[in-house]
Design a protein. Structure first.
Length: 164
């Protein structure tokens, strides 16, 4: 699409709320998408593992589910050389659980950024959660899922904190 930013700054936020809830927000100069995140899915773990896999070239594309109640957003990431293509789809119900058709969605965000800038921006809030509240408090807030500590520690070896 002609609306792609071609390398302008991207921001990604992931803020924990009350027990079992978070908000994720992705923005570029062209657009923004906000996603409500329920504890019913391990979105932070999925994101952390996806970043690790993309950076290590274990895979070139994948998705992260951000469940709402009802509905869900699914973020698709695709690495093509030095670019990261991002698309977020909104489903009126849980497509990832087979409750809603996978082909019935609205694209709420579509852009591309520099691969390393995108990875750095996605990693920032994961680092912040780990540094500010740690694994124990995360588990207390997130109920069903552990903090993705081992994947983050591996990411920290690949993506230096100086970049984030």
């Amino acid at each position: 699409p002609s609306t792609l930013t071609m390398g302008y700054e991207m921001k990604f936020e992931y803020r924990l709320g009350d027990a079992g809830w978070a908000e994720a927000r992705i923005s570029t100069p062209n657009q923004e998408a906000c996603m409500t995140v329920s504890y019913l899915h391990d979105s932070l773990g999925e994101l952390t593992n996806m970043l690790r896999s993309l950076i290590k070239n274990e895979q070139h594309e994948g998705s992260i589910v951000f469940m709402d109640e009802p509905g869900e957003s699914t973020m698709y990431l695709r690495r093509i050389q030095a670019r990261l293509f991002i698309e977020v789809r909104w489903y009126a119900d849980w497509a990832s659980w087979g409750i809603y058709p996978k082909d019935k969605y609205t694209i709420i965000f579509e852009d591309e950024v520099d691969f390393w800038e995108g990875c750095t921006q996605f990693k920032k809030p994961i680092d912040e959660i780990y540094d500010q509240i740690g694994c124990k408090e995360y588990k207390e807030k997130w109920i069903e899922h552990e903090f993705p500590e081992s994947a983050l520690l591996e990411l920290r070896k690949i993506v230096p904190r100086a970049l984030s």
